[in-house]
Design a protein around this ligand. Structure first.
Ligand code: CO8
Length: 257
């Protein structure tokens, strides 16, 4: 498969996707969505891949949905075309995706980063939901996911003023898991992804599924879900191997079964 708007590589057991529309600061148009969905689906289906890193350039992770592509659309166009609904497919990726964010992550760019499983930020990262400055509002999950990440007050501040949050504030607010020097960003994300890819793949995927359920379920239902999935893991060869290796004081050799 050839891609026009992204660069797709592998680093050992990690799939690395780099958004590549530098002339538009990686603005997210329908072509980039098509590429991204094809690449993540292919990595999901690839037995040699255990985790994915999604990144952009040093200047921009992504400066939002493509304003020029949507500028002239009518309500009927966006309603019948169900604008942005395709991004839901991205969130159905089953293997973990780390967003490695440098530079601008604005509007849809911030929303795409939040669709990933966690965000590592370069120290020059800037997050924002500036849609209000365009006379609209977040349309790819920003009003919902940002509120869950950083709470109502800060989400309101970001959505209503359109101001940007720097990397330090994003880390303080719980939007990103860690901040690293921008020159080390991709290496740091690849190292985290490599570590994840070395674990039992079903255990990794079940962990991801359980944490994501925390957004959807009540505490009682979430705890019930966690316990059932935890119990089901005793059917995995990797559970036997992981616990035997601990007792034998050796490194586990997970076989992903
Ligand atoms: N869409 C299209 N093109 C873009 C975008 C974008 N989001 N962002 C930047 N570009 C283009 C610029 O037009 C410019 O192209 P050209 O050279 O042809 O003029 C090129 O990228 C470089 O950009 P700048 O010259 O502006 O670069 P600067 O370094 O001066 O500024 C900024 C960088 C601050 C990031 C600036 O580009 C900017 O403000 N970009 C727009 C940010 C924004 O508003 N993002 C939100 C977009 S809306 C969205 O994501 C969700 C919308 C939901 C709507 C729901 C409707 C149903």
């Amino acid at each position: 498969m050839t891609y026009e708007n992204i660069i797709v590589e592998t680093r050992g057991k990690v799939g690395l996707i780099t958004l590549n529309r530098p002339q538009a600061l990686n603005a997210l148009n329908s072509a980039i969505l098509t590429d991204l969905l094809a690449a993540t689906k292919a990595f999901d289906a690839d037995d040699n891949i255990g985790a994915i890193v999604l990144t952009g350039s040093e200047k921009a992770f992504a400066a939002g949905a493509d304003i020029k592509e949507m500028q002239s659309k009518s309500y009927v166009d966006v309603y019948l075309g169900d604008l942005f609904s395709g991004w839901e497919d991205f969130t159905r990726t089953r293997k973990p995706i780390i967003a490695a964010v440098a530079g601008y992550a604005l509007g849809g760019g911030c929303e795409l980063a939040m669709m990933c499983d966690f965000i590592i930020a370069g120290d020059n990262a800037k997050f924002g939901q500036p849609e209000i400055t365009l006379g609209v509002m977040p349309g790819m999950g920003g009003s919902q996911r940002l509120t869950r990440f950083v709470g109502k007050s800060k989400a309101m501040d970001m959505c209503l003023t359109g101001r940007m949050m720097d990397a330090a504030e994003a880390e303080r607010s719980g939007l990103v898991s860690r901040v690293v020097p921008v020159g080390e960003l991709v290496a740091e994300a690849l190292a985290a992804a490599t570590k994840i890819a070395g674990f039992s793949l079903p255990a990794v995927m079940m962990n991801k599924e359980a944490v994501n359920r925390a957004y959807e379920l009540t505490l009682t239902e979430g705890l019930r879900f966690e316990r059932r999935v935890f119990q089901s893991m005793f059917a995995l060869e990797d559970q036997k191997e992981g616990m035997a290796a601990f007792v034998d004081k050796r490194k586990p050799e997970f076989r992903n079964k």
